[in-house]
Design a protein around this ligand. Sequence first.
Ligand code: NDP
Ligand code: OXD
Length: 309
Amino acid sequence: MALVFYSDSDRFEPWRVALTEAIPDLDVRPWDRVGDPAEIDFALVWLPPQGALRRFPNLKAILNLGAGVDALLKDPDLPKGVPIVRMVDDDLAKCMAEYVLLHVLRYHREQPALDAQQERREWRIIASPAAGHRRVGVMGLGAMGGEAARHLLAVGFDVASWTRGPRSMPGVEGFHGPDGLGPFLARTEILVCLLPLTQETEGILDRDLFYRLPRGACLINAGRGGHQVEADILAALDAGQLGGATLDVFRTEPLPAGSPFWTHPKVTVTPHNASITNPGSAVRHVVASIRQARAGEPLRNVVDPAVGY
Ligand code: NDP
Ligand code: OXD
């Protein structure tokens, strides 16, 4: 069995070593030494060029190196009927949860205002309530949002979630669907977006949504840049409707040097590093998918192209 690897941001060699340690007879090939395309059973990829996967006539699965499959699904030449498996890995989810916790705590404890005071050498006490009095709303309660919610609950935050279908998690107030969005937003002081980018969620972080939040609410988006109407974020920040925004993802990445986000006093920019796939842990998930395919068992974490995640 042979697997071809493509990524501009992940290194081939650690993946080759980790995969062949687990499955010694797996022939792991880099993109530029693919050999006979008909021999390739699996493609392990991150952001392959459009149309690049159609040259493999015997693909059994496309294994995505990341959790989000929005870029893959945009490819009009994606081989039809080949299952796409998204990345689901404990460490990936835990790192995301740490990112969310860091930035929720930062807003909860008024750290941006305290940083600004320090710049001015101003000594003024700003009191924060205990976490149980801070209402955090998590959009998306999947692998990422679910782990983030668990971390937030562990610290004591008052957590709600918003999902496509009804979901329940102990201790989390669940809202779902278009009708649930308004009440979810109305009770949310710190909004965390961990949605996949789909036709339904494209541009969801817009003026209308921001004005359904309490005034001064803060936004943390580690989903996708395509969720953001970026001019609306800036306008809502300038009007005081949003109190702050922490953005890990952008419509254009890398974020252009001229973007106003870089210098806006109420914006924290991170370079799409909220959580990064690490072969040391993620290899388990890839190996499991290959073993399932070999055994003719149903693959887990397969994307439904019709809904987009
Ligand atoms: P999952 O597929 O596990 O979960 C998706 C969640 O979003 C589900 O709870 C789903 O609802 C909900 N959802 C989807 N569509 C809608 C909708 N229209 N309305 C309301 N809720 C919706 O995905 P993951 O948690 O693994 O990943 C989520 C996203 O996080 C990725 O797609 C990627 O964009 C982003 N990500 C970003 C990273 C970064 O470093 N910035 C790293 C990893 C991921 P339901 O439960 O009802 O199906
Ligand atoms: C992912 C990402 O989807 O890193 O995994 O954005």
